[in-house]
Design a protein around this ligand. Structure first.
Ligand code: FAD
Length: 457
């Protein structure tokens, strides 16, 4: 048997059910990655993710070469390319991980039909991109997905993550299929200065270091903004250089409150994936509550620009927005407070913020980004949709000594301690020494506008 393995968001050799199945099925395997023309044209391939992806492809090729194989890379329409490669290799089957987004699901259906017409079979593998497959657990009452996290977490935990698989020992690739070229990371323009390195080797090293040094303190420190004490595994999960099922098992074997809290976050990831899989339109459409009174026009545009550039006059918001730009990554607490500020205090449509995040985030993910934005905006699955985060209180609570703000907003580096969160309270003379903007909005006015818009006054 000859099989093609189509890699998408699963760029690894460890715990990879499609690859393992293809190796078990017979003699030859064509490990294939297609640089999808439609994704490139959609603008989704932002520079940070493009650079990280190139590391991942090089890493996957290296992992396959260690096993006697190699990666085959092509560009174009996925269905056309896979058909052509399968014909050339005289493959019987094509293996792929089940996708989640509307686009991935449609592509899978198209591919299945095209292969069938050629007399070949598409085998779609569940629980590769998530620890538990979307739809594997459903609420009683007949819905196809969970809309509330806590009951999902309960059922997800009872279901358990799939047992991780070892990487195959040997992968034999037919000689007459040329490899193609993996584009170089350093050729990508506009990459964030502080972008992390991609690839399975880097991902596994980070995972093991996390188990050794980080996970035990996670419950206590996950919200410590300056301490930066989260795993930073999100880009590896997005590109699938790490397996979510393997991470769940690794954490559960370690045990303790930190590991439990970490597993719960991995469940949040699966939660959003199962929502998107069942309701693919929510990548752009409001999930539950529809709101259409978002601000628009010149004054909103000016506020949006100030928010994007990190000059809203609220130091912790500005610090977050600058970290995002500098690293292509942002701490969860920073994402929460920056998103709440845009959607609730400035009352700007969550889609505007989500688009900006996707332009920069190396882990930018349709399920996790769009549905977290909806959660914060109160249009999604949040059970407290009218909660508004106050940026001053958030700053004082999660960055009490102002260390995070001073790291990212150097104009305020001379201000000591928590005073850095309210520069407008300084006396005029002292205030004049800092080249930092006045707040673009009064928090009280922002809150009143929010309540009016949501009809809660
Ligand atoms: P850790 O705290 O170490 O958590 C471990 C893993 O759990 C993460 O890598 C991630 O895969 C998962 N996870 C944690 N929190 C969440 C969550 N709320 N939703 C889904 N998965 C979660 N995450 C993305 O991966 N891609 C995105 O595009 C994305 N956009 C977001 C946008 C907003 C407005 C918000 C509020 C959150 C977003 N998140 C996104 C979720 C979360 O902020 C990041 O996953 C997390 O900050 C990544 O850092 P970490 O790997 O150190 O996380």
């Amino acid at each position: 048997t000859v099989s093609v393995v189509l890699f998408t968001s699963d760029l690894r050799v460890h715990d990879h059910p499609p690859l393992t199945a293809a190796v078990a099925a017979g003699d030859f395997v064509v490990p294939l990655f297609v640089r999808d023309g439609a994704i490139a044209a959609s603008g989704f391939a932002a520079p940070n993710r493009e650079a990280f992806l190139r590391d991942c492809l090089a890493g996957l090729d290296a992992g396959l070469r260690e096993r006697g194989g190699r990666l085959v890379v092509r560009s174009g329409d996925v269905v056309d390319v896979v058909r052509g490669i399968a014909a050339r290799a005289r493959a019987d089957e094509v293996h792929v991980a089940a996708g989640v987004s509307g686009y991935a699901q449609a592509r899978e259906r198209r591919l299945g039909r095209a292969l069938e017409a050629d007399g070949r079979r598409l085998r779609v593998h569940d629980a590769v991109i998530t620890a538990v497959a979307p739809g594997a657990v459903t609420p009683s009452g007949g819905s196809d997905h969970f809309a509330v996290f806590t009951p999902y977490f309960k059922r997800w935990s009872a279901e358990g993550a799939r047992r991780p698989l070892r990487a195959p020992r040997a992968v034999r690739v037919p000689e007459d299929v040329p490899s193609g070229r993996i584009p170089r990371r350093d050729a990508v323009r506009g990459v964030a200065e502080g972008l992390a390195a991609g690839g399975e080797r880097a991902g596994r090293a980070r995972m093991l270091a996390w188990r050794r040094d980080g996970i035990a303190d996670y419950a206590a420190r996950h919200d410590d903004l300056p301490g930066d004490a989260t795993s930073r595994l999100s880009p590896h999960l997005h590109f699938g250089t790490l397996s979510p099922a393997e991470l769940v098992h690794l954490a559960q074997e370690r045990g303790g409150p930190g590991a439990d809290a970490f597993v719960r976050q991995l469940c949040w990831r699966d939660f959003h994936h199962q929502v998107l899989a069942a309701r693919p339109e929510t990548s752009v459409a409001d999930y539950r509550a529809r709101h259409d009174r978002w601000r628009a026009g010149a004054s909103a545009d000016a506020d949006i620009r100030a928010w994007q550039e990190g000059r809203t006059g609220y130091p912790v918001v500005d610090a977050a927005m600058r970290q995002l730009r500098h690293e292509g990554w942002l701490h969860n607490r920073g994402r929460l407070l920056a998103a709440s500020f845009l959607t609730k205090t400035l009352y700007v449509d969550w889609r505007v913020g989500a688009r900006h995040f996707l332009e920069h985030l190396v882990d930018g993910d349709i399920a996790d980004n769009q549905l977290n934005w909806q959660w914060v905006a109160g249009t999604g699955t949040d059970t407290r949709p009218n909660r508004v985060l106050n940026p001053v209180l958030q700053g004082r609570r999660y960055d009490p000594d102002g260390v995070y703000v001073r790291r990212w907003v150097p104009e305020l580096a001379g201000l000591e301690g928590g005073r850095v969160h309210e520069p407008w309270k300084l006396g005029a003379a002292e205030r004049g020494r800092y080249d930092y903007p006045e707040p673009i909005v009064d928090l009280g006015e922002g809150l009143a506008r929010f309540k009016r818009a949501r009809g809660r006054e």
